[in-house]
Ligand binder design. Sequence first.
Ligand SMILES: NC(=O)c1ccc[n+]([C@@H]2O[C@H](COP(=O)([O-])OP(=O)(O)OC[C@H]3O[C@@H](n4cnc5c(N)ncnc54)[C@H](OP(=O)(O)O)[C@@H]3O)[C@@H](O)[C@H]2O)c1
Length: 506
Amino acid sequence: MEGPAETSAGRLCLVTGASGYIGGRLVPELLDAGFRVRCMVRSAQRVRDHPWAKRVEIVEADATDPEPTRRALDGVDVAYYLIHAIGGEGRFSDTDRRAARTFAEAAEDAGVARLVYLGGMAPEEELSPHLESRAEVGRIMLDSGVPAVWLRAAVIIGSGSASFEMLRYLTERLPVMVTPRWVHSRIQPIAIRDVLHYLVASADLPAEVSRGFDIGGPDVLTYRDMMLRYAAVAGLKKRLIVSVPVLSPWWSSLWVGALTPVPGRLARPLVESLRNEVVCREHDIARYITPLDDGLAGFEQAVALALRRVREADVATRWSSASVPGAPSDPLPTDPDWAGGSLYSDERVCDVHASPHRLWEVIEAIGGEHGWYSFPLAWSVRGVLDRLVGGVGLRRGRRDPRRLRIGETVDFWRVEEIEPDRLLRLRAEMRLPGLAWLELGVDDRDGRVRYTQRALYHPQGFPGHLYWRAFKPFHNRVFGQMCRGIARAAERPPPNNHPPTPAPTP
Ligand SMILES: NC(=O)c1ccc[n+]([C@@H]2O[C@H](COP(=O)([O-])OP(=O)(O)OC[C@H]3O[C@@H](n4cnc5c(N)ncnc54)[C@H](OP(=O)(O)O)[C@@H]3O)[C@@H](O)[C@H]2O)c1
């Protein structure tokens, strides 16, 4: 093992592509490692909501534009090149060549000490246009005159990664698949946390190291294996995959575009690349960079990490833009809309002519003897159906008619979160092909009191999607009436035998 060249303390890193999947996750890792970070983005707006935005310097520059790119590189020690144009307008290979040349020249001119580029694998065979273009960028970086590291990775596993999202949607949505031959190509996927570890450690490589490195996890799998193993980790029924020789990559990409929310312009080059075998041909990186303490994550571990947020029901964090996510495998609020798996929601708001605390009293007392404020017969039938399929049904009721604690049951829900006078989140424990939550809230900004209600459903597999669509007409009526019913109940005076509960002390 060769030692690091320098310590991170105080050195300035430039992260390009900071609005993208890898860049957005690399920034906090570099900050944690003690680097100063400058982000180069085409629009500062795109990174404004990132949890790290206030801890970095943000400069606007298009990598095809020499002057602003040169300014962005002023005083930079380590420059990360994490840009690609696939998914954009025009011929991506022309744009990527132009951007890479402009950036490499500007980096040399600015006296940058190290370039780090993450690209795709480059096996010695006829490459797809996407992989050929990624390899061309790698060669431009190595020829730049600046010591450069070109990390070559296959599919990166983590929520938000385009190639992982494609795998996720195809496997979740299709219990039976007729697939083209490329499902038999061998792939060596790698977990996002290990990619980020290599990227950060590359900043400390000795100056004489200027070369490409293949990076991959411990498993070599076919795309078919990945779909089957993904299904097992996600708790889906075993997928039936029948491959036929006739489907061309072009047809496959149309099919991927139709079945998944990953935009076709992005999906097409990725699918075309699946005909290439992308397996590490060398493991030289191990001579320079030690993996994380628990070693490189296997495929199953990487998928489990990517699905963790949904499994742990951290829905509010995932699907709102306010808070700080945890691990790099988790979704980020700034990921594109199509990333992060499917989530259906039914959201309602109702004005309430009562105090916020009175509204909260009604919310906290929901279920049990007070019922669900809409179609009691429909809720009873749902409870009976649940019991028929082995679920807990409605009969569990609740411990106390007015007060709730985290972890308690309320009919076929369990209390997951309580913020007194503000939010109650219930997690469904009824039998469902997916995970469901119900959030009931009090919003008293601008001198108005509003009741907010959000039903969230993360479907599991095809039956999960079918369930949501089949029940949508009922949900529309039930949730609509529930919203109005709770608002009206709050406007009525509390029953005489119910003295008001004290408002929480701040
Ligand atoms: N994700 C994977 O599974 C995977 C696998 C292997 C390798 N890689 C490599 O990792 C690198 C980053 O990929 P990613 O998944 O993070 O991509 P991404 O999410 O699509 O991000 C691409 C980034 O490039 C920026 N960009 C594009 N054209 C630009 C230009 N002319 N000037 C400045 N910025 C520009 C985009 O900024 P805007 O917001 O302005 O569009 C965006 O931030 C790529 O080299 C890719 O080949 C990724």
